[in-house]
Write a protein that binds this ligand. Structure first.
Ligand SMILES: [Ca+2]
Ligand SMILES: [Ca+2]
Ligand SMILES: [Ca+2]
Length: 348
């Protein structure tokens, strides 16, 4: 990636975000794991991608009989250009090695926000006592030795293995001032990264046009192209003869089997996004005559999500569709439901 490098490994470069090209003015900062909060706050970061080098031996999870595990560093939310209540993406770059018998291919990463930089010792089950929940929940397993539980409620998926996804979009929780990162493993003392490429890229983002709950359910849309989610993918236009592809997915598999619905609301091309019901993240009304179901209401969400594709007929100019879905599951961040951002396709 990079062109010019300066200072503490600061590099200029262009990098895709979930398949979407980003602007040429992004900066990424690649400093050693020893980079401390005060040091990164000295670098202008707003609206830029910051790449933090991570140590796969470091964790915020409980450890047992693992004396070589390191405490995870606390990174300042403000120094990363993030704002509580605002939006950002996290993406794992590179890979790490889970021990001597493993290759340098691991792509598992989690994060957790906190209102303080306090990280308790590895003997505590919940080492982040001031954690502020956000993102897609994940269930971590037990320690390799003594099989002690490690799961905490507040942490979130960033990267989930060799098949991805390798990144996520999160709404920074109110009160969050720090964020910790951890490779996901049951024993940390033997982890290492021989080529030093294990990093997390953090990018502040504007709020989506029609935000959802930001905890793991996503809409993907595409016009004559593979459907995409994430920043810049929410608004599209399409005409007669175009192939429209719409998908609802829970890419971290957190809600597979949850009862879901997925559909489109037909609106006027100039109509704004509205919340028709009493849920602030719901941008469709599945009870309205203008709602068209693409997935049977309250059927279990399949692994891999559900997809709809059709070639558009002519004569739709002046109309648009709002695309959204819902999954009902106790595994969601609010314990009841997850809603993705809504997408909108305007017909030409
Ligand atoms: Ca590596
Ligand atoms: Ca290991
Ligand atoms: Ca957890």
């Amino acid at each position: 990636m990079g062109a010019a490098a300066f200072g503490c490994g600061v590099m200029l470069g262009v990098r895709p975000l979930f398949g979407l090209p980003m602007g040429p003015d992004m900066k990424s900062i690649s400093c050693a794991a020893a980079l401390l909060v005060g040091l990164i706050s000295a670098v202008p970061l707003r609206a830029q991608t910051t790449s933090l080098t991570l140590d796969p031996q470091a964790t915020f999870l409980h450890v047992s009989a693992d004396p070589s595990a390191f405490p995870a560093a606390a990174f300042s939310v403000a120094a990363l250009g993030l704002t509580p209540g605002g939006w950002c993406s996290f993406e794992q770059l590179g890979d790490w090695r889970a021990g001597g018998g493993f290759a340098d291919i691991q792509r598992e990463l989690a994060g957790v926000f906190s209102s303080t930089a306090v990280l308790l010792s590895g003997s505590a089950t919940n080492r982040v006592p001031d954690a502020t929940p956000a993102g897609t929940p994940l269930n971590t397993g037990t320690t390799l030795y003594n099989a002690e539980p490690t799961n905490i409620d507040a942490d979130f998926w960033i990267s989930r293995g060799s098949n991805g996804p390798y990144g996520t979009i999160v709404r920074v929780p109110l009160g969050a001032q720090f964020v910790f990162f951890a490779a996901l493993d049951s024993y940390y003392g033997d982890n290492f990264d021989p080529d030093g490429d294990f990093k997390v890229a953090v990018t502040p983002l504007p709020a989506p046009p029609a935000p959802g709950t930001a905890d793991g359910l996503v809409i993907l849309s595409g016009v004559n192209a593979a459907p995409l989610t994430g920043f810049g993918s929410e608004l599209k236009s399409a005409g007669g003869g175009d192939l429209l592809t719409l998908r609802l997915d829970a890419p971290f598999f957190s809600y597979t089997g949850g009862l879901a619905f997925f559909g489109v609301q037909i609106v006027g091309a100039a109509d704004p996004f509205v919340n028709p019901l009493s849920f602030p993240e719901l941008w469709i009304d599945p009870f309205a005559p203008s709602y068209l179901a693409l997935f049977p209401s309250l059927d279990p969400l399949p692994s891999g999500g559900t997809m709809f594709a059709a070639t558009l007929p002519p004569g739709l100019a002046g109309l648009a569709i709002v695309v959204q879905g819902v999954v009902i599951s106790p595994a969601t961040r609010n314990g009841a439901y997850s809603m993705p951002d809504a997408h909108r396709v305007t017909f030409l």
